[in-house]
Design a protein around this ligand. Structure first.
Ligand SMILES: [Fe+2]
Length: 322
């Protein structure tokens, strides 16, 4: 059986006059699949009073304004020429898939099931507007109206999780990120005959302040669920960095966790490229191993996971030619 190349990344903030050339880096690798793991658009970014679309501002929009702003952002991103070319190519090979995260769901750290939001935020209407625009533009979800679903490839089952629509904030009683129905879906779909399982989410398992492990009861169920399954890799986005973690004895994380985030964003939101990220990852799966190439603007960091032992090794770092 030949190998399968799966590219994944997250976080692209469209800015006029800033060509998103990093999508070309992915096109050159010629992947079979491209997985976008959230923040395909940014409804908000930066802090009040320094940013015009500061974090949380979309809460104040009427549902009509919210729909118009979100549609416009999708239209701009989807017409960015480097992105549009790659998306067309990946769609032609049925290889364009993904999930969302907070900035393409609503606003920074937004949760679809949040009883702490006042009625004038119109949370329920906005989450459905966001979901329908996700389906219109991403057009990849196997079981709409849900964002979550799965896709089988020759060597791997890829499971997509939605950590927004059903999620609650941590402050409520019995908080959840996925919700019981989605957890049942995950448990059922971990059973399959492919060699590898890739579980994709917008958030990370362990990194940054907002991550799945903080939802301790649900995360314990996840840990228990995958304990009986070999060769599981979790892929996530959100943090505008690349990261690679092997499963640890204390199950933090309980499986390999590979994060790739920040293809076309910069930290400070300044109108030039000096701290742009260009982060993305290429997985090459074959029956004997998974090769992981984590790209950033300065080079590539490589790892290998052996299929038989399910142990990883670092293969070092290669710097980009200046
Ligand atoms: Fe992001």
């Amino acid at each position: 059986m030949s190998s399968t190349k799966i590219a994944f990344t997250s976080c692209a903030r469209y800015k006029p006059n800033q060509p998103q050339t990093a999508w070309n880096d992915i096109a050159v690798a010629d992947p079979d699949y491209l997985l976008l793991l959230g923040d395909q658009i940014y409804m908000d970014f930066g802090l009040w009073p320094f940013a015009s679309e500061y974090q949380g501002k979309p809460r104040q929009y009427t549902p009509e304004q919210f729909a118009a702003v979100m549609r416009r952002k999708y239209e701009l991103q989807w017409s960015e020429p480097h992105f549009a070319r790659l998306v067309a190519r990946m769609r032609a090979r049925n290889g364009f898939l993904g999930v969302w995260d907070d900035h393409d769901f609503g606003w920074n750290n937004a949760y679809g099931n949040d009883p702490t939001q006042p009625a004038d935020v119109h949370l329920a209407e906005k989450r459905d507007i966001a979901r329908s625009l996700f389906h219109e533009f991403m057009a990849c979800a196997p079981q709409p109206p849900e964002i979550y679903g799965f896709q089988d490839t020759a060597l791997a089952r890829i499971i997509f999780l939605d950590n927004r629509y059903h999620a609650t904030p941590l402050s409520v009683e019995n908080p959840v990120l996925m919700g019981p129905q989605q957890m049942d879906f995950l448990a059922a779909h971990l059973q399959h005959d492919r060699q590898y399982t890739l579980i994709c989410g917008g958030l990370t398992l362990m990194h940054s302040a907002e991550n799945w492990s903080r939802y301790s009861a649900e995360f314990a169920r996840f840990t228990q669920m995958i304990a009986g399954h070999d060769r599981v890799i979790y892929l996530g986005g959100d943090i505008h960095k690349n990261a690679f973690s092997a499963p640890s004895a204390d199950a933090r994380p309980p499986c390999f966790e590979i994060i790739s985030s920040g293809l076309c964003v910069n930290y400070l939101g300044l109108p030039f490229e000096f701290d742009c990220r260009r982060n993305w990852t290429l997985l090459t799966l074959d029956p004997k191993q998974v090769l992981i190439d984590q790209h950033d603007k300065k080079g590539i960091t490589r790892y290998r996971i052996d299929q038989a032992s399910w142990v990883s090794q670092s293969l070092g770092r290669e710097l980009r030619a200046a």
